[in-house]
Design a protein around this ligand. Structure first.
Ligand code: 16G
Ligand code: ZN
Length: 580
């Protein structure tokens, strides 16, 4: 009973003996001892309610030790549950301010943690004592039939850890390591500073038995990029008016990694700013989230860059937007090319390649190309995609929801307007393409089209949205088309839009349909919103509870900016009156 001697178990009716009995039904004593001992190092902060949310736990870095430690435990269990496959653990708070941090889990497929495990993540993160924590873990491993403890010592869990450049990352990483190792025999491997998509890519590659180091990631990027460059039709090569691209690295990890990659990219005129080396602060007045939300020039950019093609990454480089400063601009406003525009460019290029193929092949390889957007997608982009003849479907906000829907297509392209997105190729379709590539005559248009598709499937991250691979794909498509950023921007003109946050006593009172386009609760609010929408030409509006902040979000668009503002304000008023 030495295990419990050091524990002040309070005045509850708890008996060490009964705990020992119930715990050992799923875990042996040495396992329990290990968990109790390590959790003593990480007391939970008082009065903080934690939720895994849309994309992992986030908050003030000073309060996160115990959460990160506990997610370390969860990731080891996840690995054990899935036959000791490698699981990823990323320490980042993406576009949040530098004093925040966060943690999210990459499943063995390279995708987000299975949603079925999110309630368990919430429970253990909020357990108020080591005793409660251990008993929650015991219940869970029993329910999930996960064997842990002595008997698993030889076939252990493996967790790969990555972190962004935040100063709090290193000590949080140590907490995660302790969490992982507190599940006996589990191994935590520190992969150093990485972008979020790099870690997802590496985890996916490892579990597929492929080469999975950071160098392999870079090599894969530049090999497939060069392959696409070599496949550019001659006529396209000289047409590009502005060849240089300037990248805003958000003073985070993305700019640093792009610098490493640049060594091997001799086909790209690239300038990188806001790498964080020159004293800039992570995400402060810079980065994809700032540029997309504020539509203004990030720090480090200005009149000298007028009309030049520019791109912004977010703090962990899983989001990408483009922008340029128009000549006539007297303010610091930029012309934004958001996730919807990137999606449209990708869709156009892929469709062009598929058309080349399909003309020649009526028998069976006709593909199903689909695109996935959220309710935030600009209405003009949706019209454009439909007019291209594409199948457009909608998903709830949050990458995991879009990813799931995109995976239903042979080629599924998904993007959120905020710049997170990628292109998924189904395994079957890739095999078909590779077989076709072997059959077709080298140098034929069909062979080139197939080769481009295969190269895109290698270049673009199949696990999650990735600013680095997204940037390279945009760049090569623009060169292929011979387009400037202005020409690309003309694909369609965004409808003016406005977003507002409304603070309410309980945002959970808003319940929406699965695509978030209509509110089911509070009763009557949707009718009232519809009545407002009717007043505006091309009006559209919706409300949804945020998954990352304690607010209800309002989105509105209409044919003019004044109308979009006014519609958003009226809907915000409705939210206040129904929920205030
Ligand atoms: C998270 C999501 C992002 C989503 C945003 C919505 C991931 C990796 N990130 O940042 O996709 O757009 O949350 O935030 O899933 P909201 O619920 O506060 O509007
Ligand atoms: Zn991010």
């Amino acid at each position: 009973m030495f295990l419990f001697d050091r524990w002040d178990l309070g005045a509850s009716s708890f008996s060490p003996l009964s705990l020992s009995h119930s715990l050992t039904s799923a875990m042996d004593e040495s396992q329990i001892a290990s968990l109790l001992k390590s959790s003593e190092l990480f007391p939970t902060p008082q009065s903080v309610k934690l939720s895994y949310g849309t994309a992992g736990f986030r908050g003030d870095a000073k309060l996160l030790d115990s959460t990160v430690y506990r997610v370390g435990i969860l990731s080891a269990l996840r690995s054990l549950k899935l036959g000791s496959s490698t699981v990823g653990l990323m320490i980042t708070a993406s576009h949040n301010k530098v004093s925040d941090n966060g943690i999210k889990v990459a499943d063995p497929s390279g995708g987000m943690l299975s949603q079925e495990w999110e309630p368990f993540a919430d429970q253990i993160a909020n357990a108020s004592s080591p005793r409660e924590l251990v008993s929650l873990i015991r219940e869970f491993v029993e329910k999930e039939e996960i064997a842990i403890g002595e008997e698993k010592k030889n076939k252990s869990a493996e967790v790969w850890l990555g972190r962004d450049t935040r100063p709090s990352g290193e000590s949080l990483l140590r907490a995660a390591e302790i969490g992982v190792s507190s599940i006996l025999g589990s191994v935590a491997i520190d992969k150093g500073i990485l972008t979020t998509p790099q870690l997802h890519w590496m985890v996916r590659a490892k579990n597929k038995g492929l080469k999975a180091t950071e160098n392999d990631y870079f090599e894969n990027l530049f090999t497939s990029f060069r392959c696409l460059i070599d496949l550019i039709p001659n006529s396209g090569k000289d047409k590009l008016e502005v060849s240089k691209v300037i990248v805003d690295g958000a003073n985070g990890v993305g700019g640093l990694k792009l610098e490493e990659l640049r060594e091997s990219l001799n086909n790209l005129d690239l300038e990188i700013r806001n790498t964080g080396r020159d004293g800039g602060v992570l995400n402060e007045g810079v980065g994809a989230d700032f540029v997309q939300k504020e539509k203004v020039v990030p720090l480090g950019f200005g009149s000298k860059d007028v009309e030049t093609r520019c791109a912004s990454f977010d703090g962990d480089a899983d989001r990408l937007v483009y922008f340029y400063i128009p000549t006539e601009s007297s303010t610091d406003k930029v012309e934004l090319l958001d996730g919807d525009k990137i999606l449209s460019l990708f869709a156009l290029f892929i469709k062009e390649q598929l058309n080349t193929l399909d003309d020649d092949d009526k028998e069976g390889t006709r593909s199903r190309l689909g695109v996935v957007q959220t309710a935030y997608a600009n209405g003009a982009s949706t019209d454009y995609l439909k007019q291209l003849g594409l199948d457009v479907v909608f998903a709830k906000t949050g990458v995991k929801h879009l990813h799931e829907k995109a995976a239903e297509f042979d080629i599924g392209i998904y993007f959120e307007a905020n710049g997170h997105g990628t292109i998924l190729f189904s395994e079957t379709f890739i095999s078909l393409l590779v077989a076709k590539q072997k059959d077709l005559t080298q140098g034929s248009e069909e062979h080139k089209a197939v080769s481009r598709l295969v190269a895109v499937s290698n270049l673009i991250n199949q696990a999650v949205g990735d600013a680095l691979s997204g940037l390279l794909l945009v760049e090569v498509i623009l060169q292929h088309m011979g387009w400037s950023v202005q020409k690309w921007n003309e694909l369609y003109k965004d409808l003016p839009s406005r977003q507002i946050k409304v603070e309410v006593p309980d945002r959970a009172a808003v319940v929406t349909t699965s695509e978030e386009t209509e509110a089911l609760k509070p009763l009557g609010i949707q009718d009232a919103i519809n009545a407002e929408i009717k007043k505006y030409p091309r009006g559209r509006a919706f409300i949804r509870p945020s998954g990352t902040e304690d607010v209800v979000r309002v989105y509105a668009e209409a044919s003019t900016q004044e109308a979009a503002d006014s519609l958003a304000n009226s809907v915000a008023q409705l939210v206040k009156s129904f929920l205030g």
